[in-house]
Design a protein around this ligand. Structure first.
Ligand code: SF4
Ligand code: SF4
Length: 142
């Protein structure tokens, strides 16, 4: 799936991009659609994202002026009374997948942020797709 997920809604310092890793083929992870990232990290949205997907403007909140940057204009999560991004449907799928915000496109399955979100949701670590990658991940954890 997913997702900025740049900062936890519980408030650590705001940033502007999810952490990214450059996995090799052997240790690439395939997203299993757990949706933890869409329920954990702050989702910031640019004006360009909102232009591409008009539903974002309806659902997101405009950031207070003192929090806006040349890039970030809206916040999609966290919002009051929402336990996850409002575009996450009942099957844990993104309702605007084709036009989702840039931060969601750039979020990498298996990245530090992905694994942190899974841990916060009491989910197991996402493992690499290949046996070779899984062995490498296991030996790096020893
Ligand atoms: S827009 Fe889609 S991918 Fe991004 S946080 Fe919301 S549900 Fe997840
Ligand atoms: S937390 Fe990781 S595995 Fe779960 S939906 Fe997000 S990217 Fe996919």
């Amino acid at each position: 799936m997913s997702s900025t997920h740049d900062d936890p809604p519980n408030g650590k310092s705001p940033g502007d991009n999810p952490s990214r890793e450059s996995p090799t083929n052997a240790n690439r992870n395939e997203c299993d659609g757990c949706s933890a990232s869409c329920e954990t990290w702050r989702v910031l949205v640019s004006a360009e994202d909102a232009q591409r997907e008009p539903r974002i403007t309806r659902e997101a909140r405009e950031l207070p002026e003192n929090q806006r940057t040349p890039l970030w204009r809206f916040v999609l999560f966290p919002l009051p009374f929402h336990e996850s991004c409002c575009f996450l449907d009942e099957k844990n799928r993104c309702g605007i997948y084709e036009t989702r915000p840039r931060v969601c496109r750039e979020f990498e399955a298996g990245s530090v942020r992905c694994q942190e979100a899974r841990a916060l949701g009491n989910l197991p670590r996402l493992l690499p797709m290949t046996v070779e990658g899984r062995e490498a991940a296991e030996s790096s954890e020893k």
